[in-house]
Ligand binder design. Structure first.
Ligand SMILES: NC(=O)c1ccc[n+]([C@@H]2O[C@H](COP(=O)([O-])OP(=O)(O)OC[C@H]3O[C@@H](n4cnc5c(N)ncnc54)[C@H](OP(=O)(O)O)[C@@H]3O)[C@@H](O)[C@H]2O)c1
Length: 261
């Protein structure tokens, strides 16, 4: 049995490769939309962690078909070829109308094109392979990619950050270790795997500046004052009825600030 990571060059993919003794395929080495290439690279003995995705949430609004090809058709190709597959999904499959943590059994209703393509990817994965895990996570930050923490630390002396979207900022180092563990359990189906606790983007930014010792001042604002092409859920905190737990987002932030270069 081999553990294989596709989308291994991305922010999460790099940490999953670090967390496991895995065979790594970056996009340049394996394009998940190329069905034949996927069948040649991956076999029925393989456990595959699929980190390949179109992740530009705003860009997906005008390019839903392209995003769907990667997030759904690509996911199907990977699931069909694998013995066991773990598809990484998103809190953006929910509409944010709840005010307590979303559980695995809660109804989905994505607001954005990106969310729709991720939900389609979940369903394509589940239809293609009975041995599937769907691991939904949220608000990722890690050393392998452009992320909110770096964006904030590059700004100053004053920033305004939205205070009316609440989620679970999740450190990719913590998530990667949990995904590798999950992939070996045989506990198939949907899992919510995100940091414990929750905060708004404003509260997250305030904590980033405090913990990094930055002088930057941060003020709250509303989503309406800072419009973006893609609608986002106002509340997308993930809880789990299956017992999946990660360290708190503050612990994740400390771990990230300790490893960032
Ligand atoms: N970032 C978040 O806040 C967040 C939150 C919840 C869930 N997720 C999910 O977590 C997973 C990992 O996201 P991430 O944050 O690590 O994003 P990322 O850094 O954008 O990584 C995605 C990777 O997929 C690759 N890729 C794109 N198209 C591909 C294709 N056709 N074939 C193979 N690889 C392809 C990208 O390569 P290129 O860079 O060369 O295009 C990139 O290396 C995704 O499933 C995402 O939906 C992310």
């Amino acid at each position: 049995m081999r553990l294989v990571v596709v989308g291994a060059g991305g922010m999460l993919g790099q940490d999953v490769v670090r967390a496991a003794n895995a065979v790594a395929y970056s996009r340049a080495q394996l394009d998940v939309t190329d069905r034949m290439a996927v069948r040649e690279a991956i076999g029925p003995e393989d456990v595959v962690i699929n980190c390949a995705a179109w992740t530009d949430v705003d860009g997906a609004e005008g390019h839903e078909e392209e995003a769907l090809r990667i997030n759904c058709d690509g996911a199907r190709n990977v699931a069909e070829a694998s013995g066991t597959v773990l598809y990484v999904s998103s809190d953006y499959v929910f509409d944010g109308s709840k005010r307590e943590p979303y559980l695995e059994s809660d109804p989905v209703n994505p607001l954005s094109a990106y969310g729709r393509t991720k939900l389609a990817g979940e369903r394509a994965t589940a239809d293609a392979s009975p041995r599937h895990y769907i691991a939904r996570s949220s608000w990722l930050f890690g050393p392998g990619g452009k992320n909110f923490v770096e964006t904030m630390l590059g700004l100053g002396p004053e920033v305004r950050v939205v205070d009316d979207q609440v989620g679970c900022p999740t450190f990719t180092g913590h998530l990667a270790e949990a995904l590798v563990r999950l992939a070996g359990t045989g506990d198939f189906g949907v899992h919510h795997v995100a940091a414990s606790g929750s905060c708004s983007w404003f509260e997250f930014a305030r904590e980033i500046f405090a913990r990094a010792g930055s002088e930057t001042r941060v003020e709250p604002c509303t989503t309406e004052e800072f419009p973006r092409p893609a609608p986002r859920p106002a509340y997308s905190v993930l809880g789990s009825e299956r017992g999946d737990r990660l360290p708190t987002w503050q612990e994740g932030l400390d771990a990230y600030l300790g490893v960032r270069v």
